[in-house]
Write a protein that binds this ligand. Structure first.
Ligand code: RFL
Length: 398
């Protein structure tokens, strides 16, 4: 096969990139390790920033999301019986979040790409990326089953294959610098068939640990429960999950009705960034280049922002702007990524109860309570939070 841009991975990053290129008449082939039903059912994120929706809408990719997604502009914090809301939409100049499950967006992006004539090879894991420092890189896939391997010769490879993909490891040792942190607590992520208990995302600080109530759809809710590092989902039978949620969120079973739990995973609470996000003709996009904890809901938004940045630069390159357009990709993305990392880290330490066996746990807990009080009492603090939480206002392409 031959194409101009080979895209590895059909997650939000790869699919936004492929759609934007296609609309500009630049051909691409997307290869995806998993099957179509699998990626269309993989429930992960659900919070889209204002700017992300602007990017999608500018490319005609937001119709369903705008019709079906909920618009949300305030969130609630709880601690020891006290509750207060931060109206971030008001504080951030009418920017709001849209709540729309990631798998729905992936489904919409796949449909748009295929209906435009795009080539998307499911169940085709990339296994080798060669010639990245030359003019004609080659991507090799080994399809599931007995099918023969596929080679795609291209101008550029976009590595949009997530943290555990094949792209980043294809860069020779010593060419990328990695910055990372493994956090000292875990999160049990739960997906349940129960309506949300109210219209706001709720962050509850509790001596047993943080609990989060996240919106997804009118009948499905995501919850997070802080747990020790290395904890296992088997330690969390459904009854324990519901009783912990009720206790930490300060809700009765009538307010938050237990329903079937469809997923429980202990998340790897890790932050990670590589610099630069390019090696030769390979560009790393989204989770392939950086991961962020779910605190603050930034991962999918960063992935889509990277994809848009790369698409804009590839377009400029094919319109004759020369190599400089592409060379600036990494430097253009990294400030936004570090800003999101800093926010997510701050949020993590706002939400988490320090482990009781930590020497300085009482001190850290006082800091946590001070952050919460400032968020409640200081308009300037809450405005700064809102600006970061809902994402900066930048028009697509600027
Ligand atoms: P993805 O979505 O992981 O897509 C990568 C795709 O690449 C495929 N792949 C390969 N394909 C071909 N060959 C190979 N060798 C391959 N290796 C992998 C994979 O099958 C997959 O289809 O990365 P992308 O596009 O960069 O998007 C990133 C987002 O998915 C991620 O940042 C978010 O889901 C993170 N995240 C959240 N982000 C938010 O913005 N808001 C949220 O509220 C939020 N909640 C979450 C989250 C992530 C979670 N988990 C489980 C990781 C909640 C959870 C529970």
């Amino acid at each position: 096969l031959r194409t101009r841009v080979a895209v590895v991975g059909a997650g939000p990053a790869g699919l936004v990139l492929a759609n934007v290129l296609q609309q500009a008449g630049i051909d691409s082939v997307v290869v995806e390790r998993q099957s179509r039903p699998y990626v269309e059912a993989r429930a992960r994120a659900g919070v889209l920033e204002h700017r992300t929706v602007e990017i999608l809408d500018a490319h005609g990719l937001a119709d369903r999301l705008l019709a079906e997604g909920g618009r949300h502009g305030s969130c609630e914090f709880r601690h020891q019986g006290e509750r207060f809301s931060v109206r971030y939409q008001e504080l951030a100049g009418d920017r709001a979040h849209y709540v729309y499950p990631q798998q729905f967006l992936v489904r919409d992006l796949i449909a748009a790409y295929l209906s435009g004539g795009g080539q998307l090879l499911f169940s085709h894991p990339a296994v080798a990326l060669d010639g990245l420092d030359g003019d004609r890189p080659v991507l090799r896939c080994e399809p599931d089953g007995d099918a023969e391997s596929v080679e795609i010769e291209c101008d550029f490879i976009a590595g949009c294959d997530g943290f555990y993909g094949a792209s980043r490891p294809a860069v020779p040792a010593g060419r990328l610098r990695a910055y990372g942190r493994q956090h000292e607590f875990g999160w049990l992520a739960v997906l349940a068939e129960t309506p949300p208990a109210g219209e706001e995302i709720i962050y509850a600080l509790h001596e047993d640990g943080f609990a989060g109530h996240m919106l997804r759809t009118p009948s499905i809710t995501r919850f997070y429960l802080q747990c020790p590092v290395g904890d296992q989902p088997e330690n969390w039978p459904d009854e324990r999950i519901w009783s912990s949620l009720h206790r930490r969120l300060g809700m009765t079973a009538a307010e938050l009705k237990p329903g079937p739990i469809t997923e429980k995973n202990v998340l790897d609470m890790r932050s990670f960034v590589v610099e630069p996000m390019q090696y030769g003709r390979l560009f790393l996009v989204g989770d392939a280049a950086h991961i962020i904890t779910p605190a603050g809901g930034k991962g999918m938004n960063l992935a889509i922002a990277d994809a848009e940045e790369l698409a804009t630069r590839l377009l400029a390159h094919y319109r004759g702007a020369g190599a400089r357009a592409l060379d600036g990709y990494s430097a253009a993305c990294l400030p936004r990524i570090w800003q999101a990392q800093e926010f997510s880290h701050w949020m993590l330490h706002l939400l988490h109860s320090p482990a009781a066996d930590q020497d300085d746990s009482a001190f850290l807990h006082r800091l946590q309570l001070s952050r919460l009080a400032q968020l409640r009492d200081s308009a300037a603090y809450a405005t700064n939070f809102s600006d970061s939480y809902v994402g900066r206002a930048v028009s697509p392409g600027s």
